[in-house]
Design a protein around this ligand. Structure first.
Ligand SMILES: [Zn+2]
Length: 444
């Protein structure tokens, strides 16, 4: 299983200049290649392959542009590789080979947005408190937690708030947590972030709502500045910093909640929400985006995978809020208006059995119950992946990395998953899957 480990780095003034130069060169290679490919497309020609593009936009360009030689060459090649991959994703999406949301064609990179450069192989080195990058030097790094194993690549990131990060891709293996024999259904909502089927209610911090006034003030100030001025640049950073803070608060909350749930429960069931569809509602967009439902699902799913828990999603068409979780009588929605005149209609009484329900808790219980009914009939909607014990092959060299515990290979072999369906057996072959890097650490 691939995972990302992200750490904050603190380059000095000289290193910042060198990093900016590196980002600029990566951007140049990407943008000039993209412009060339677009030109070919409008002329009715095909996109050249990666090797041809490298020859033209790195090898040849270096002869003409001296400044391209002043930076490490691996990130430039990686930049072209990324472009190649972006095109492939786009083409596959067009032909229907790639499922899911339609992929848009690659876009030009801007100087103002997030900047990245990736180093692979033996190009970079890490030590106790530094990371060495070729032609940049040794940058101070804070190891907020140990790396799981030796990384295969590192991406240097500069976000729009001006912070620098090093994001490593590492192989991790499943760490099984002790079984708790508990399952939980979760209903996500706007006023209460999560309602658990055992009656617990969890509120979200809603950082955007709290900072909306401040953000508005900063954005008005930004609008008053002159285009291209130093003041504008500063105002932009101030807005970006506030956005980063909002995002950090949200991510922190979601990380803590998802970890807590994964520790406590063996099976976690969510409802498949059409978040991108809901966001189209202008009145709700801001409130929904502030909660981070989708991120919560992604985090919970990856953590379930990491700790050997079961993660399930039930169809969004299941009548979870209309059904009485006590007797199964449907028509709750209708009764909602009739039987209770309470504010916001959060509670209702079942007309069939007379059970009194909290709407959210009832929905959470239904979500949990629906999955057990589906279990015998349907395949899991969300893919379940088993992991090959690849980590054992790569012995760990540096003391910075967590030693891979002996016997972990055996742990992986333990077939603890109760539901060994045919689909699960198919998904064993990890090599046929497109690489998906699970973002375990979005925020450190
Ligand atoms: Zn009932």
């Amino acid at each position: 299983m691939k995972a990302r480990y992200k750490y904050r780095i603190y380059p000095n003034h000289i290193q910042i200049t060198k990093l900016n130069q590196l980002f600029g060169c990566c951007r140049y290679v990407w943008n000039s290649t993209l412009a060339y490919c677009n030109q070919l497309y409008s002329d009715g020609q095909k996109k050249p392959d990666y090797v041809d593009l490298t020859k033209q936009f790195i090898t040849q360009a270096k002869r003409e542009l001296i400044w391209l030689k002043e930076v490490a060459s691996t990130p430039l090649q990686q930049s072209l590789k990324d472009l190649d991959q972006a095109y492939r994703n786009f083409f596959d999406s067009c032909t229907g080979k790639r499922k899911g949301i339609k992929v848009k064609p690659p876009k030009f990179k801007s100087k103002k947005s997030r900047q990245t450069a990736r180093f692979v192989g033996k190009n970079y080195q890490v030590s106790q408190d530094k990371i060495y990058l070729p032609k940049v030097g040794k940058i101070k790094i804070v190891w907020s937690r140990p790396l799981a194993s030796q990384p295969s690549s590192v991406t240097i990131i500069k976000d729009s708030a001006g912070r620098y990060f090093a994001s490593f891709v590492v192989d991790t293996c499943v760490e099984y947590l002790p079984e708790s024999e508990n399952s939980i259904g979760i209903d996500l909502g706007i006023s209460t972030f999560a309602t658990l089927s055992d009656g617990q209610k969890i509120d979200a911090p809603k950082p955007l709502k709290k900072n909306l006034k401040k953000l508005g003030k900063f954005q008005r100030k930004l609008a008053q500045t002159e285009l291209g001025s130093k003041r504008r640049e500063k105002a932009q950073v101030r807005v970006a910093k506030l956005h980063a803070k909002v995002k950090d608060i949200r991510t922190d909350f979601l990380h803590k909640l998802s970890t807590d749930l994964v520790r406590k429960y063996d099976v976690i069931v969510l409802e498949d929400l059409n978040v991108s569809g809901m966001i189209k509602n202008r009145k709700l967009a801001k409130a929904i985006s502030d909660l981070g439902w989708r991120q919560f699902r992604t985090l919970t799913e990856t953590k379930c995978e990491k700790y050997g828990r079961e993660f399930r999603v039930i169809s969004r068409w299941e009548p979870t809020s209309q059904k009485c979780s006590h007797c199964g009588f449907q028509g709750g929605k209708k009764e909602l208006n009739v039987s209770c005149g309470m504010l916001r209609k959060r509670e209702w009484t079942c007309l069939n059995c007379g059970a009194f329900h909290d709407r959210d808790i009832n929905a959470a219980v239904n979500i949990l119950n629906t999955q057990s009914a589906l279990e015998t009939v349907n395949q899991p909607i969300t893919k379940v992946e088993t992991v090959k014990a690849t980590v054992a092959k790569n012995p760990i060299q540096l003391s910075l990395f967590n030693k891979v515990a002996e016997g972990q290979t055996e742990t992986i072999k333990r077939t603890r998953r109760k539901r060994q369906t045919g689909k699960l057996a198919d998904s064993n072959d990890v090599s046929t899957r497109p690489e998906s890097f699970l973002q375990l650490s979005l925020f450190d």
